[in-house]
Design a protein around this ligand. Sequence first.
Ligand SMILES: [Zn+2]
Length: 457
Amino acid sequence: MRLSVVFAVLTLTGSAFAADFTFKPAGTLVSGSGTGRVDAKIYAPGMRFPIEKAPAYANSQVWGHGGSSGPGGGQCDTENFSYPWWDNYCETRSWSMPLCPAGKGHQGQDIRAATCTKNVHATVATTDGKITSIGTYSVYLTGNDGTVYRYLHMGSLAVSTGQTVKKGQLMGKVSNEFGGTPTTTHLHFDLEQNVSGIGKVFVPPYTSLVQAYQTLLGPTVAKLDAKLVSQGSSAEVDPSGKADYRVCAGDSFHFWFELENTGSVTWTDSGGAGDGQAVRLGVVGSGNDPFTSSNRVSLKESANPEVVPGGGDCSDQPKCRRAVFSKTPGIAGKAPGTPGVYESRWRLVDELKAWFGPEVALSFDVVDCGGDGAAGSAGAGGSAGSAGAGGVIDGGASGGAGGGQKTHVLKDDAGDCSCRVPARRSGFSGWVLLGLGLAFFRRRHSTSPGSSQSRRS
Ligand SMILES: [Zn+2]
């Protein structure tokens, strides 16, 4: 547990903590520490969290490790610096507390900062207001609405009585000041308000703290999430518009999907049991993909087998935040022998854990191109004019050997299938040119018409 917390502190951004933050409901106290007040009301809506930075841990000083009624251990025990949060507003004390079921209680909420080291973690003003009193170990901030926010046990005080402060302004540091024998290193924080029929009392601060902390953390980032950046195929863009691409029955070609890690954990396919350690592109639903005759493409088949959420803005080397499934020239496909429109539909999966990110898909119109182009009418209809226009990146990237022999290279003025546009640039090997073109395209993430689409991103 401690290891994971340390790891998170060292490597993740603040927002990443949001996915990890958990809290017990208001009024739920540690067993044996008293009876809590179940109250969902947020008494200080919109206040700023009183500790400058996350993570912070609301829990009991007395019933936690290192406390006089705790389970033993020292105050720096990892469990004290772990979620979930625990309310301790009505925890057993002798103070008069009209809002607590026992009529007595603790008055406020104890909060530990990221670590147990004192005089390191800054506290800040929850709201615009004035410092109305400073005691031996307490600072009173009175907000413009009359709410009194009390901060106890601070060191390195940065404010003085009578001073006007702005929300977020430095107040001091989380410490263990207690006017003599020190307490544990923590901030005791409470709220005083006028409650009709009762008068000025300590009101529950827990729900206000939860709200303020969630604001500090920012939007929740899922551990596993992704977005589609681009996709494409070596096949010809379908001029009829029936599908994304058009291929001849039985032909080999390639296609690919570029996905970005927008979650909070790194993707690998190391086979580990942790989150994101068995990431593959999987066929949605049962059965195999019609072109690959398989249902998985491992991340290991990508040029970037380690996709880091905060990584570089790239996709073709480890620790980038994007990966192309799969590495150049792409996922190898072979068109079925039966004409028709086929869809290749995929989604990322962390094997045995969860599917995540968007579904991605490409459709291919598989047409009968005949033996050598003579019977070119099949499926292609009257689309002759557009065939071949635009210099479509060709299937030649399929690894070359025999490619020109096996595929149906048709004259693109033949008015038929044009499933393969011959490379006609004199003096160059078309295959080499096209291969380079594809590599260049990928590096630049440009959107060469006819070779990629990003409309589903
Ligand atoms: Zn306290």
